[in-house]
Design a protein around this ligand. Structure first.
Ligand SMILES: [Zn+2]
Length: 170
């Protein structure tokens, strides 16, 4: 009897709580401890971390790893890659005006000293020296056999070279 009384005493001590507790489950409204308040969007589980992520998520919002194949990337991979080819083949047409079998092909963009070319043109231009110096072997040979295009070629080349930057590029 004493044990029962000892057990009854804490129960008699707590009646305010027992009076309040039956009411809380009956309250329909708040539901504070519902862990699964499912939002309207469907959910799925990450195959990497098991986290609960939106069904349309491609990358896990929890661990950051990819969980779905990118549909857009497949489409992009299947799309033809358009390469702009407009800038090809326009650069190699200016060099060897007179192309012979013995012409040494000079790659374009070689730097030449302006003043070396000016001096060569002035003193030995009638031999086509400045043309040879520029790598234009065919023109050099032509100058050599025509005395620098009868002097006019030398004159024009000399004036042209004077106004060129130093170095200039052929
Ligand atoms: Zn994850």
């Amino acid at each position: 009897m004493d044990m029962e009384q000892n057990n009854l005493q804490p129960q008699e001590y707590q009646p305010p709580q027992e009076y309040q507790q039956p009411q809380q489950p009956q309250q329909p409204g708040p539901q504070p401890y519902q862990p699964y308040q499912q939002p309207p969007q469907p959910m799925k589980f990450c195959k990497h971390c098991g986290g609960r992520i939106p069904a349309d998520a491609v990358v896990c919002t929890l661990c950051g790893r990819q969980v779905e194949e990118l549909a857009g990337s497949k489409q992009a991979a299947n799309m033809p890659i358009v390469i702009n080819n407009n800038n090809n083949n326009n650069n190699n047409n200016n060099n060897n005006v007179v192309a012979g079998p013995g012409v040494v092909y000079m790659p374009q963009g070689r730097a030449r000293s302006k003043w070396v070319a000016v001096l060569l043109c002035f003193f030995v231009g009638w031999l086509g020296a400045h043309k040879f110096y520029e790598g234009k072997i065919g023109m050099g040979v032509l100058y050599l056999f025509t005395m620098g295009l009868f002097g006019f070629g030398i004159l024009i080349d000399f004036i042209t070279l004077i106004f060129k930057p130093d170095p200039y590029y052929v």
